[in-house]
Design a binder for this molecule. Sequence first.
Ligand code: UDX
Length: 431
Amino acid sequence: MKITIIGTGYVGLVTGACFSEVGHNVICVDCDAQKIELLQGGGIPIYEPGLEELVARNVASGRLSFTASTAEGVEKSDVIFIAVPTPPLDDGAVDLSFIEFVAREIAACMTSYKVIVDKSTVPVKTGEKVEETIKRYCKADCEFDVVSNPEFLREGFAVDDLMNPDRVVIGSTSDRANEAMQKIYQPFNAPIVFTDINSAELIKHAANSFLAMKISYINAVAAICEASGANVEEVANGIGMDDRIGRRFLNASLGFGGSCFPKDLSAFIRISDDLGYDFGLLKEVQKINASQMDRFVKKITDTLWVLKGKTIGVLGLAFKQNTDDVRMSPAIDLCNRLIKEGAFLRVYDPKAMDKAKMVLPDGDVLFVDDMNEVSIGCDALVVATEWPEFKQLDLVKSKEVMTVPIIFDGRNLLDPALVEKLGFTYISIGR
Ligand code: UDX
């Protein structure tokens, strides 16, 4: 298939690379000419395991190319994917101006039948608006179909998630469009859910909100575990073995973050409001997530008492493992709160240091290049991101160089028995 993807962010770039990997001819378009130049020169604007090799291989095979021209992308392909950002607005609604702009651009360039696929996360009924817009702005009298095909990839596991999806959701009532979509996804050997466009759009918000709810649920259970002396990991294992519940996304933490869950929750609450339903359950999910960070900061202030003049080491700045993304990162939120209380921070992240430098205030933070050097002179060490390598931290050396051996583990990453045996005061979540 000849495919064009408009938008080379996490979703667009990984989708383009994976589609070309299975044999399709893919053109990736972005209005950011600098980004296109970087990609054309073999650079990758984001860190995502396996992506660089995948892009290089498919560019070399001639199946993957990059351009800043939407007209070229629209002309050369039969199926056009829209994968542009849909950022949150202050009132929880979603900014759909990039989608609307791209829809107009596509309409202006179309001269023959096209399937226009929305991959960005959008409120239900956006497809109808895209269809209306394209009809309104299309100069040539040509047919087209609009399809919703939400993406479920997780950052840090994006290539694997895209190559091996649990399911592919295709929202369209056009046989012609469904046939094209089936051809695109056939090589992935995944179950395909064919549905209407509104249901497909809702599936994405309902899925992400459900997963966020799972995390808030276990975080609330963690609070009960702390109050009762139970262990949240034992509880998560025990309930997770029930197939109807499942163990995944039941890891208690200092809260979920990233560019999807917080935004999608707000959007889903707002969409529901607009449709006349008060989704109180999801408001509670947000509330629990916010209080989880408050409870964690309180554990630190209760233990260290005054933070002014104290040095705290922070392991992890990304919003989760395997990524350099710090957008809505709980780790960054935590750093800012500790700085506000007067602490000086020594921080480390395997991939997110450069991006964190752009958002953390100068002067209050020292970026340390080696995770084993972070604890030097610290009154406490905090684990803020679930990077697996933090389990390899040299705890014996850390204890020697710390002013006081206290660890706050916001990801339940370390083994409590081991850490305590080494003489640390160890405080984690719900255990
Ligand atoms: C999420 C969805 O998983 C994905 O399907 C969708 O396409 C985009 O949004 P992503 O934001 O990349 O993906 O990360 P995810 O792995 O879902 O983690 C989100 C946040 O939840 C992170 O901050 C993570 O640390 C936290 N989390 C996750 C927990 O606190 N506990 C868990 O058990 C799982």
